[in-house]
Write a protein that binds this ligand. Structure first.
Ligand SMILES: [Zn+2]
Length: 284
């Protein structure tokens, strides 16, 4: 009996302590998947429905998604109308677990892309930490400690973004993007954005809209034109050509890159985007 106990104690170092669980968490898209991984560490088994370089606005759920969600304990979504397909999928899968709406309680009034303001992302992370803690109380202290660490890094990221944007003279802080995803970023960091498309990726601008944008780009001498990793670049390229500008590197707004790309995490995505934006706006 005593030998048995000693074996158990020795094994205890390698095994999770009693009551600790590895939560099965499904996130709707890659950026939330990263937040869950940062908070959940090795006490979360995370997966995402809409993966890297894929558009959550227009996503069509599959039977595989429904099966995966049926087995999940927690579902993390953005809310704010971003995942229009989610309620049907949750119903089809008879999902019975805990739902975390990451944007809940955020001062989000513009459109779904609240995560592009780091203050809003920090709010998401706090909601995710509390939701995971409620789903697995034995892990609560672990999740909260990791969320605090991550929050400190996000605070540093926010300060870095402000310092980078400050390098651009105020009258040059303007850029064109493929769809209207940067309005929270604009409000938080003092950059003016115009977009070829609306808040969704599926709306098509009229020829008159495009002509008006070309006139504006010319009149305001905007050289910082960008497409996002998900948006068809043709319209932005047309605007750039007709206005005598060129298109900068692809920005990541609604999705991370694959692990070997430049934006495999939220922090890397924001640093990459801000570096590209600042370089582009310096040419305005
Ligand atoms: Zn979007």
């Amino acid at each position: 009996m005593r030998a048995f106990l000693i074996v158990l104690l020795l094994l205890g170092g390698a095994l999770p302590a009693l009551g600790q669980t590895r939560l099965d968490v499904v996130s709707t898209f890659s950026i939330l998947g990263d937040f869950v991984a940062q908070v959940g560490g090795d006490r979360v088994e995370g997966s995402v429905i809409v993966g890297p370089n894929t558009d959550a606005h227009t996503y069509q759920p599959t039977p595989v998604d429904a099966r995966r969600l049926a087995a999940a304990q927690v579902l993390v979504s953005n809310g704010l109308g971003f995942e229009g397909w989610l309620d049907r999928l949750a119903e089809a899968s008879s999902f019975k677990g805990r739902r975390i709406v990451a944007s809940q309680g955020a001062s989000a009034t513009l459109d779904p892309h609240c995560w592009l303001d780091v203050a809003c992302a920090r709010h998401y992370v706090a909601n995710i930490a509390e939701g995971l803690a409620a789903a697995a109380p034995a892990n609560a202290a672990y999740y909260r400690a990791r969320a605090e660490d991550y929050d400190r890094r996000l605070a540093a990221l926010d300060a870095w973004i402000r310092a980078e944007i400050a390098k651009v003279p105020p009258d040059r802080r303007k850029a064109i993007t493929g769809h209207n995803s940067f309005q929270y970023f604009a409000r938080a960091y003092g950059v003016q954005f115009e977009a070829v498309r609306g808040y969704n990726t599926d709306s098509e601008p009229t020829a008159r809209d495009v002509a008006a944008l070309i006139r504006e780009v010319r009149a305001r001498k905007i050289k910082a034109l960008f497409v996002e990793n998900l948006t068809n670049p043709a319209l932005v390229e047309q605007v750039a050509r007709d206005a005598g500008a060129s298109v900068g590197p692809r920005l990541y707004s609604d999705s991370l890159s694959t692990p070997d790309g430049p934006a495999p995490t939220y922090e890397a995505m924001m640093r990459y985007d801000v570096t590209a934006l600042v370089a582009g706006m310096m040419k305005n």
